[in-house]
Design a protein around this ligand. Structure first.
Ligand code: FES
Length: 164
């Protein structure tokens, strides 16, 4: 007496095909996902320009004379790597106050320099000048030189650099 219903069967050839396809997919995932992640991850990383930069020991900076400090930052943005240099002036006041100015003019971002004879910062682009404390004394800049946030750790001076 035969049954009307037969359980589904699978022939040997189909079984081997299915198992081979499953194993192949698993191996592709194990090998392929890290490779894909390796190529995609730089594009997903965000460029964060927010860090504390060491300006070295406080003794490097004489009292009451704006003293330049230059540093270079390297950024990785996706697959692109770029370096840019920045400048600052450190002013140690006899009152123990420490001020660190950006050397970027607040008008159109030219670099200012310190003129020790006249005790002022000069911007060569549009003949602007700033006093020793970064205040505008002549020319078109709309505001004083920007100041960095600072901290002292074991007599090392740091500035908080933020961009973007
Ligand atoms: S960029 Fe400095 S005065 Fe114009």
């Amino acid at each position: 007496m035969g049954s009307k219903y037969r359980s589904p069967t699978i022939d040997r050839r189909s079984f081997v095909k299915i198992v081979t396809a499953l194993l192949g997919s698993m191996m592709a995932a194990v090998v392929g996902l890290p490779v894909i992640q390796y190529f995609i991850s730089p594009a997903l990383k965000k460029d964060v320009s927010d860090d504390w930069i060491s300006l070295g020991p406080l003794e490097n900076y004489p009292l009451d004379i704006p003293t330049p400090f230059h540093f270079t930052l390297t950024r990785v943005n996706g697959w692109e790597r770029s370096s840019q240099s920045y400048g600052a002036f450190v002013l140690r006041r006899p009152s123990e106050e420490i001020v660190v100015f950006s050397d970027v003019c607040t008008h159109l971002s030219c670099r200012v320099s310190w003129d020790p004879e006249n005790e002022e910062f000069l911007c060569p682009c549009h003949a602007a000048s700033f006093d020793k404390f970064g205040g505008v004394t002549s020319g078109p800049p709309p505001k004083p030189l920007n100041r960095y946030e600072i901290k002292l750790e074991e007599n090392q001076l740091f500035i908080h650099f933020r961009e973007g």
